[in-house]
Write a protein that binds this ligand. Structure first.
Ligand SMILES: C[S@@+](CC[C@H](N)C(=O)[O-])C[C@H]1O[C@@H](n2cnc3c(N)ncnc32)[C@H](O)[C@@H]1O
Length: 216
C-alpha cells in the first residue's frame, strides 16, 4: 500500500473525522439504497480500477475478486478505514492522496474509473471529468452513481436549496444542487448512458440520483 502527497484539499480535523465515521457507520444503509443501480453501473469491472473519492471503501464489494484499486482520495481521515476495508475484502489498494482535479496517473493508463457520491463534493466537476477522460484509454469506461439536483419546483429541490449551506459545511463541500447529468454529457465522452433514479432515505436532499457509464 502506498500513499502519495495531498494537494488542494482543505482537511478539517473534526469534520474529516465525522465524515469518515458517518460513511463507515451508514455505509450499509446507503449501499442498500443504491445497490440495484451500483450493481448495474459497476458490473463487469476490469481487474484494475481507479476510483475517485473512495471514502472508506463503499464500492470495494463491486470489484472483481483479487482486484487492484487505485483510490484517488485526498482526505486522509478516510485512509485508515479505507485500508481496513481493503484488507477485509482482499483488495490490493493503492491510495493516491490527490484531488480528482489533478490525478497523478499517466494519460490513457486506465481501463475503468468509478465514482459514487463524489462529483457533488469536488470543487470543479468539469476539471475532474477532463482528468477522467485523460487517464482513461480510448474506449475505457467511467461508471458512476451520483446524487443530483431534483427537478425545479419540487419539495426535494426546495429542501436542497434551503439546506445548502449547513449541508456543505457538515459534508465538506457537498452540493445537492448540481446538474451532474448535463455536466457528464458535456464532458466530451464518445458515449454516455445514464438513468435518473430516486432513493427513499430520510436525508431528503440526497434522494435524487443518476447512474450510468460514459465511454472515453
Ligand atoms: C460523500 S463521500 C463518498 C465516499 C464514497 N465514494 C462513498 O460512496 O461512500 C465524498 C468523497 O469524495 C472525496 N473528495 C472530496 N473532494 C474530492 C476531490 N476534489 N477529489 C477526489 N475526492 C474528493 C471525499 O474525501 C470523500 O471521501
Amino acid at each position: 500500500m502506498e500513499v502519495v502527497e495531498v494537494v488542494e484539499f482543505d482537511e478539517h480535523p473534526a469534520r474529516g473525522r465525522f465524515n469518515s465515521a458517518f460513511f463507515w457507520v451508514m455505509g450499509g444503509y446507503i449501499d442498500w439504497q443504491m445497490r440495484k443501480n451500483k450493481e448495474a453501473a459497476f458490473a463487469d469491472l476490469p481487474p484494475t480500477v481507479v476510483e475517485l473519492g473512495s471514502g472508506v471503501g463503499a464500492n470495494m464489494r463491486y470489484l472483481p475478486v483479487g482486484a487492484r484499486l487505485i483510490a484517488i482520495e485526498p482526505n486522509t481521515y478516510m485512509h485508515t478505514r479505507l485500508r481496513r476495508s481493503a484488507r477485509s475484502r482482499g483488495v490490493d489498494l493503492e491510495i493516491r492522496g490527490v484531488v480528482g482535479e489533478r490525478i497523478d496517473l499517466p494519460d490513457a493508463s486506465a481501463d475503468a474509473v468509478i465514482s459514487s457520491l463524489v462529483l457533488c463534493s469536488v470543487r470543479d466537476p468539469d476539471a475532474v471529468l477532463a482528468e477522467v477522460r485523460r487517464v482513461l484509454r480510448p474506449g475505457g469506461r467511467f461508471s458512476f452513481t451520483e446524487h443530483v439536483a431534483a427537478k425545479r419546483g419540487t419539495p426535494t429541490r426546495w429542501t436542497q436549496r434551503i439546506l445548502r449551506r449547513p449541508w456543505a459545511w457538515i459534508f465538506e463541500g457537498c452540493s445537492c444542487e448540481r446538474d451532474l447529468a448535463s455536466v457528464i454529457r458535456a464532458a466530451g465522452f464518445t458515449r454516455v448512458d445514464l438513468d435518473h433514479y430516486r432513493i427513499h432515505s430520510p436525508l431528503l436532499p440526497v434522494n435524487t440520483h443518476i447512474a450510468g457509464t460514459a465511454i472515453a
